[in-house]
Design a binder for this molecule. Structure first.
Ligand SMILES: [Zn+2]
Length: 1031
C-alpha cells in the first residue's frame, strides 16, 4: 500500500473526493445519483386546515411546478404526483426525491408511507431497490406538505415568534436512479476521514485510517463501478480490525424527540409523530436490527386515533421488540411544576396506556429534555414500577458541571433510581465518529461503568433516525480505536449498568437545572390554569367518590375525569407549562383549561347534588341556609362569603368538618373581631387577635406582629410587600432564562397612583387597598385582607401588565436568620441555601416552589403562601415571590394584559410544621365551596380523618377499572417517622396497600380496627390504599 507522504494534502484529497461543493464533476459524490426524470404530472391544492387524506384527495388539484412556493405559514398544500419510471431503469434502485423547506408526508394507496423533510436529511422515498420488468412502472403518490419547518417558522432566529407570512418552496420533485455502491463507499470514506482527523496525528489508528482512505481513492475509478469492490474491501479490512476487551460499549438506540407542542401547535405535532414514526417503520423494514425508543403515551394515542394503519404497523414492531415504548408517562412533562398528584397521574395514565396497548409497562423513566427534576421523582418512579431514569438536560448547566453520567439518584424519602445521562450530552446524535468519541471522553463515570447510551435521530421537531446514521454505526460496531457501538435497547443498557453498579456514587436531592429558571414564571395564565385545574380535579374526585360511596346510584364520572386529566397532563408538557411555547400553543392550552373549568364545574355540581340531595331540596317557607363543603382532610374555621338576600354577598365565620360538609344557619361569632384603624400619618393598622399589621400608604408592611408573643416579623427600617422591577434580558433563551445579573438592576416600585385606604372596616373581615404604577405603563392594584381568626394576611393582586423584558417580584424582608429556606415540592419540601457561598449555591438565585416557602429560625419563622405562582427565592433574610415576566420570544405577546393572583404572609411561632403552614397553604389553594341549601338541622358530616398532623390525605378517587373500590393517597409532610390512624365513614369491606398504579402490594392487607387503619410513615413517604366498599 502506498502511504501518503503529506498528512494535510492526503486529508484534503479525501475530503474533496467526498465534497458536495467541489469537483462534483469528477469526484465520488457526483456519482451518487444516476439518471433523473421529472414526474409525469404534478398538481396541488392548498387548505388552511389539517384535513384527513380521504377529504384531501377529493379536492380539485391545479397544476404545479418545481420552484413554486406555498403558504402562508401553517397552511397545508396537498400534491398529486404521477410518476412513470423509464423502462431503461430496469435493475436499478429508484428513488422519488422531494426537497422542500416544509415538512412533507408521502401517501401511497391511501396510507402514509414516508416523511420527507430536508432539515431532517430525509429527501428520498425508495420506490424499489431493483426495478423489475414486471413491476408497474406508473404510480400516483400524494404529498401532504405542511407550511412549517421542523422548528416551526421563526422569523430571524429559531425561537423568534413565527413569521405568519412565510412561504415554503418546492425545490425538487423527481425520479432518480440511486447508486448504492457509491453511497456505501461514501460512508466508508467519511468514517475513515473522521477517524483520521479526530483521533489526532499522534494516534496510530488515525494514520492507518488516512492511509486506507488514500489508497481507496487510488484504486477507485469513479467512472468504473467495477473498481469499487476493491476499494470497499480495503475499508472492510480496516473496520474489521477489532478492539481489545476493555473497550467502552456504546448502546445506540434510535430516538426522535418530538415536543408535544413548542414552536408549532399540538395539531401539527400529531402529523410530526406520523411523519417521523412512519419513517422509522420504513427503516425497520430494511434494517431488522434497528431499535427505536419512543416516549409519551399521548403521542401513541394521537397516532392510534389519526393513523390507525400506521399504528398497526407500529404495534407489530413493538411486538418484535424494535419499536420500544419508554418513559411511562402521558407526556414528557415539566419536572418541577406539576403537583405530586399530577406527577402520579402522568405515570398512571401513561403506564396504563402502555399496559393496555402493548401488554407491558415501561421500566425506564425517560425525560431527556426537561428543565430540572424534582427530588420527589425517585419515589414516584419506584411507585410506578420504574427503577431506571434517563435524561441529559443537566449538561446545559450554565455554572456547574454535573459530576456524573451514571449514578444513583436518591429522592427526599430515600428512594433511589439508577440514573444515566448519555455522556455525549445530546438526545439527537447522528452516528458520527466525533459523537462516539465524545461519549467516552466526556463520560465522568467511565472508570466505574463501561456502558453509555447514544440516542440517534433528529429531534425536538421530530425527524428521527436515518439510514445513513445506521450505516455509519455499522462500520463502528467493533473497530480498533473507537468504542464499540452496538444497536441496543434501554433494557440492555440499564441491565449492563446494573451489573456494574457497585462502585457508583449517589446524588441526593433535586437535579436542579442551572438554566431556564424563568420558566417558573413565564406565561402566568398557564401556571394559574395548571394550579386551578389541579384543584378542580382534586375536588371533583373527592366529592364524586363520596357521592359514589353513599350509594343511591351515583355514577362516578370515570371516563370524563380521564378526559379532563389527560388535557391537564398534556398542558404539563415541558414547553407548555414552562411557558416556552408560541402564542398558538398558549391559546390552545388556555382553551383546555377553560374546558376543564367548565366540565369540572358541571361534574362538581352533579356530585354535590347527589351527595347532599336532601339538603338542597327547596322547602316552602324555609329561610336559606348555606351548605359548605370542605375537600381537605382537616377541620376548617374560616370566613366565607355567601349569597345573601337579593343577590347580596354576606360574610360568615363557619366551621366545616374534615373532608365533609355542614349546613350553616347561624354563623359563629369570632373570638375577636378584625379591627382596622387609619392613623394620622396615612398608615393603617389591622389586627384580628392573632396577628397585627401596619401598612404605609404604598401598601408596604412596616410591622407584622404575632399578638400573643409580640414577636415582630419585619426588620427595623425595612418594608415587606415591597414590589421590585428588574431588567430581564437573558443571553438567548428569552422565555426560558433569567440571568444572575438581573439582580443588579433592581428598582423598587414606588410610584403611587392611589394611596392606601380602608375598604372593609373590620368585623369578620378587614381590608385595605391601594394602586401603584409599575414601570412606564403597567399598574397594580392590591387588596390586603385580614379575616377573623386567620393567621395570615392575604394580598389579592390585580396587574395590568404592559412591559417588555422586565421581571416583577414582591419582596418580604423578615426578622429571621437562617442559612436555609424551605420550599414546598411534590408531596414534601426541601431546603435550599439563603447564601451564595459556592457556585452551587449562587447558581440557585432563582428557584421554584409550590404553595409555600418558609424562612425559620428556632422558635419563629415567616412563610409566604401563594395560589398560582412557582418562581421564588430567599437570599439573606429576604423572601421573594416572582410574579410576572415579559419575554418576547417565542411568544411576542407573552403575559401582556390582565393578571389576578393571591399570595399571603404568615408569621408563626415554632417550626412551620408545628405552626400549620402546610395546612394553611392548602386552605388558601382549596377554598371552601358554598351552595344555597335549606336550613333544616343537619349534623356535620365527615368522610375521612387522619390522626397525625404530619400526614396529609391528598387524594380520594375511584379505583381505575374497579367501580366498587376507592383509592386513597396520603403522604408524610413534616419529614418525620409517624404512625397515623385513618378513619372513614365509608362502608369498607377490605383495605390493602397498593402502588401508585393502584396494583395491590402482595401481603399488605390492612386490619380494620376500632381506631381505623393503622398506617406507618417514614419522612415524605407517599402511601396509597385500596379500599373495597361494601356493596
Ligand atoms: Zn423537548
Amino acid at each position: 500500500m502506498a502511504a501518503p507522504k503529506h498528512r494535510r494534502t492526503a486529508l484534503e484529497r479525501v475530503e474533496k473526493f467526498l465534497s458536495e461543493t467541489y469537483f462534483t464533476d469528477c469526484n465520488l459524490r457526483g456519482r451518487l445519483f444516476g439518471d433523473r426524470c421529472p414526474p409525469a404530472s404534478l398538481s396541488c391544492f392548498q387548505t388552511p386546515r389539517r384535513i384527513p387524506y380521504d377529504e384531501a384527495v377529493r379536492q380539485e388539484f391545479r397544476p404545479a411546478q418545481v420552484g413554486d412556493s406555498f403558504g402562508p405559514t401553517w397552511e397545508t398544500c396537498w400534491f398529486k404526483v404521477e410518476l412513470s419510471i423509464p423502462p431503461a431503469w430496469a435493475g436499478q434502485e429508484v428513488h422519488f426525491v422531494w426537497e422542500s423547506d416544509g415538512e412533507g408526508m408521502v401517501w401511497r394507496d391511501a396510507q402514509p408511507v414516508q416523511g420527507l423533510t430536508k432539515e431532517g436529511e430525509k429527501t428520498s422515498y425508495i420506490l424499489t431497490s431493483s426495478m423489475k420488468e414486471a413491476e408497474p412502472h406508473s404510480l400516483t403518490l400524494y404529498v401532504e406538505l405542511a407550511c412549517n419547518g421542523l422548528f416551526g417558522a421563526g422569523k430571524g432566529s429559531m425561537i423568534a415568534p413565527p413569521d405568519p407570512d412565510r412561504r415554503f418552496t418546492l425545490s425538487k420533485a423527481e425520479l432518480v436512479v440511486f447508486n448504492r455502491d457509491v453511497y456505501e463507499l461514501l460512508v466508508d470514506l467519511e468514517i475513515l476521514l473522521d477517524m483520521a482527523q479526530l483521533l489526532g496525528e499522534e494516534n496510530q489508528r488515525s494514520s492507518q485510517a488516512l492511509c486506507t482512505a488514500n489508497q481507496m481513492v487510488n484504486v477507485c475509478d469513479v467512472t468504473d463501478p467495477a473498481t469499487f469492490p476493491a476499494a470497499r474491501a480495503l475499508a472492510a479490512a480496516f473496520f474489521s480490525q477489532r478492539n481489545g476487551e476493555s473497550q467502552h460499549s456504546i448502546h445506540a438506540m434510535g430516538h426522535c424527540h418530538i415536543d408535544s407542542a413548542w414552536l408549532w401547535p399540538y395539531e401539527e405535532t400529531i402529523r410530526k409523530c406520523a411523519r417521523s414514526w412512519v419513517t422509522v417503520v420504513r427503516l425497520m423494514e430494511r434494517n431488522p436490527e434497528l431499535t427505536f425508543a419512543c416516549s409519551q403515551a399521548q403521542q401513541f394515542e394521537w397516532v392510534r386515533s389519526w393513523y390507525p394503519g400506521l399504528y398497526k404497523q407500529i404495534q407489530d414492531f413493538v411486538a418484535k421488540g424494535q419499536f420500544i415504548p419508554v418513559g411511562g408517562t402521558w407526556v414528557e412533562m415539566d419536572g418541577n411544576l406539576p403537583s405530586g398528584e399530577s406527577m402520579v397521574r402522568q405515570f398512571l395514565q401513561g403506564q396504563r396506556f402502555f399496559q393496555q396497548q402493548f401488554g407491558r409497562v415501561c421500566s425506564e423513566f425517560w425525560l431527556p429534555d426537561t428543565f430540572g427534576y424534582s427530588a420527589q421523582l425517585p419515589q414516584l418512579m419506584r411507585g410506578c414500577g420504574i427503577r431506571r431514569f434517563l435524561t441529559q438536560k443537566l449538561s446545559w448547566n450554565l455554572v456547574n458541571s454535573f459530576p456524573h453520567h451514571t449514578f444513583f439518584w436518591e429522592g427526599i424519602d430515600g428512594s433511589r433510581v439508577l440514573t444515566h445521562f448519555p455522556p455525549g450530552d445530546s438526545y439527537g446524535m447522528h452516528g458520527r465518529v466525533e459523537e462516539v468519541l465524545k461519549t467516552v471522553k466526556n463520560n465522568k463515570d467511565k472508570g466505574r461503568v463501561n456502558h453509555s447510551a447514544f440516542l440517534f435521530g433528529f429531534g425536538d421537531g421530530g425527524g428521527g433516525p436515518t439510514q445513513k446514521m445506521l450505516d455509519r454505526m455499522k462500520r463502528m460496531s467493533d473497530t480498533d480505536g473507537l468504542p464499540r457501538v452496538q444497536i441496543s435497547t434501554p433494557d440492555q443498557l440499564f441491565s449492563a449498568l446494573e451489573k456494574e453498579s457497585s462502585q457508583l456514587y449517589t446524588w441526593v436531592g433535586e437535579l436542579f437545572l442551572e438554566l431556564h429558571n424563568g420558566t417558573y414564571t413565564t406565561q402566568a395564565q398557564i401556571k394559574k390554569g395548571n394550579r386551578e385545574c389541579e384543584r378542580i380535579l382534586h375536588d371533583v374526585e373527592v366529592l364524586s367518590t363520596l357521592a359514589m360511596a353513599q350509594g343511591g346510584g351515583f355514577q362516578y364520572p370515570a371516563s370524563e375525569l380521564q378526559r379532563l386529566w389527560r388535557l391537564l397532563l398534556l398542558n404539563q408538557f415541558h414547553d407548555v407549562l414552562p411557558g416556552s411555547c408560541i402564542q398558538l400553543v398558549v391559546e390552545d392550552a388556555l382553551q383546555y383549561y377553560a374546558e376543564i373549568r367548565r366540565a369540572g364545574a358541571g361534574l362538581q355540581r352533579e356530585a354535590v347534588q347527589s351527595l347532599c340531595r336532601e339538603l338542597l331540596e327547596p322547602e316552602a317557607g324555609n329561610a336559606g341556609g348555606t351548605l359548605v363543603l370542605n375537600t381537605l382532610p382537616w377541620e376548617r374555621t374560616e370566613v366565607i362569603s355567601k349569597a345573601g338576600p337579593a343577590g347580596t354577598e354576606t360574610l360568615a365565620l363557619v366551621t366545616v368538618p374534615r373532608m365533609g360538609y355542614a349546613v350553616v344557619r347561624e354563623p359563629l361569632l369570632p373570638p375577636q373581631p378584625v379591627v382596622v384603624r387609619k392613623l394620622e400619618d396615612g398608615s393603617i393598622a389591622m389586627e384580628n387577635g392573632v396577628i397585627a399589621a401596619c401598612l404605609d400608604e404604598m401598601g408596604r408592611l412596616t410591622s407584622l406582629r404575632l399578638l400573643d408573643s409580640q414577636r415582630e416579623s419585619v426588620p427595623d427600617g425595612c418594608c415587606a410587600n415591597q414590589f421590585a422591577l428588574f431588567d430581564d434580558v437573558p443571553l438567548y433563551w428569552d422565555a426560558w432564562d433569567v440571568m444572575d445579573y438581573h439582580l443588579e438592576t433592581r428598582k423598587p416600585v414606588t410610584t403611587l397612583l392611589k394611596p392606601l385606604e380602608v375598604t372593609l372596616a373590620g368585623g369578620l373581615r378587614g381590608s385595605v387597598s391601594f394602586s401603584l404604577q409599575i414601570g412606564k405603563s403597567s399598574t397594580l392594584t392590591q387588596e390586603i385582607i385580614l379575616d377573623a381568626t386567620c393567621p395570615y394576611l392575604r394580598f389579592l393582586t390585580q396587574v395590568e401588565w404592559k412591559e417588555a423584558h422586565k421581571f416583577l417580584k414582591v419582596e418580604f424582608p423578615v426578622q429571621v436568620r437562617s442559612t436555609n429556606a424551605t420550599y414546598e415540592i411534590q408531596f414534601g419540601h426541601l431546603q435550599r441555601p439563603t447564601h451564595w457561598n459556592t457556585s452551587w449555591d449562587w447558581a440557585r438565585f432563582e428557584v421554584w416552589a409550590h404553595k409555600w416557602l418558609d424562612l425559620s429560625e428556632h422558635g419563629f419563622g415567616v412563610a409566604l403562601l401563594n395560589d398560582c405562582k412557582y418562581g421564588a427565592s430567599a437570599h439573606g433574610n429576604v423572601l421573594s415571590l416572582s410574579l410576572l415576566r415579559a419575554p418576547k420570544s417565542p411568544d411576542a405577546t407573552a403575559d401582556m394584559g390582565h393578571h389576578q393572583f393571591t399570595y399571603a404572609v404568615m408569621p408563626h411561632l415554632g417550626s412551620f410544621q408545628d405552626a400549620g403552614v402546610i395546612r394553611r397553604a392548602y386552605s388558601l389553594n382549596f377554598p371552601l365551596h358554598t351552595v344555597p341549601a335549606r336550613s333544616a338541622p343537619c349534623p356535620p358530616c365527615s368522610a375521612f380523618s387522619v390522626s397525625s398532623p404530619a400526614v396529609v390525605l391528598e387524594t380520594i378517587k375511584q379505583a381505575e377499572d374497579r367501580p366498587g373500590a376507592v383509592v386513597v393517597r396520603l403522604y408524610e409532610a413534616h419529614g418525620s417517622t409517624v404512625v397515623a390512624w385513618l378513619q372513614t365513614s365509608l362502608p369498607i369491606e377490605e383495605a390493602m396497600l397498593c402502588d401508585l398504579l393502584e396494583r395491590p402490594v402482595a401481603g399488605e392487607r390492612l386490619r380494620l380496627e376500632q381506631r381505623g387503619l393503622r398506617l406507618s410513615f417514614t419522612p415524605f413517604h407517599v402511601l396509597s390504599l385500596l379500599l373495597v366498599l361494601r356493596q
